[in-house]
Design a protein. Structure first.
Length: 173
């Protein structure tokens, strides 16, 4: 498997991958375009391009047959970064692809001199929180939002120091 930085030309591929990988979560939690229009299962190329324009770096995991997973990384200032849109196609889930993408983001975060990576997950998705916990993430807080039909649990992970900031710039472009 190869992990590479995605470009705007990959936006449609990323959107299709994100949507396909998150459909089961939408079904599990009863999420529809009406009650949760920003859920990743409804991702579009425009979302991906807007993320990139805001400064998010997307990474694609690929095998010989093509893309099988992706993740987005975004710095938030004050040593904080966000891990977003972690998505692995259903046929490749539970094979370590997601964990490799998380580790890649932690390396990029370290190279960007970030001390912490944060994620937000559906609070009722206990299995996903447990999975992130196995990767070193700890629960920070849970919040309710009027525009969402679920609570959001925030988790974070400390980032070990890495070599240079130049590596991060190269990884995102």
């Amino acid at each position: 498997m190869n992990i590479r930085a995605a470009s705007p030309q990959d936006a449609s591929t990323l959107a299709q991958l994100i949507s396909a990988a998150n459909r089961d979560v939408a079904t599990q939690f009863g999420l529809t375009v009406e009650n949760c229009p920003k859920h990743p299962s409804f991702c579009s190329a425009d979302w991906v391009l807007a993320d990139m324009a805001r400064g998010a770096c997307y990474f694609l995991a690929e095998v010989d047959s093509g893309p099988i997973g992706c993740v987005a990384f975004e710095t938030a200032g004050a040593g904080l970064a966000y891990l977003n849109r972690l998505s692995v196609l259903p046929a490749q889930q539970r094979q370590g692809v997601g964990a490799q993408l998380v580790q890649h983001v932690l390396q990029v975060a370290s190279a960007a001199a970030c001390q912490r990576v944060s994620i937000g997950v559906i609070a009722q998705h206990i299995a996903l929180q447990h999975w992130y916990g196995q990767l070193g993430f700890v629960t920070a807080e849970t919040q309710d939002f009027a525009h969402l039909p679920f609570s959001v649990t925030y988790m974070h992970c400390g980032v070990p120091p890495y070599v240079t900031r130049q590596n991060a710039r190269r990884a995102c472009h």
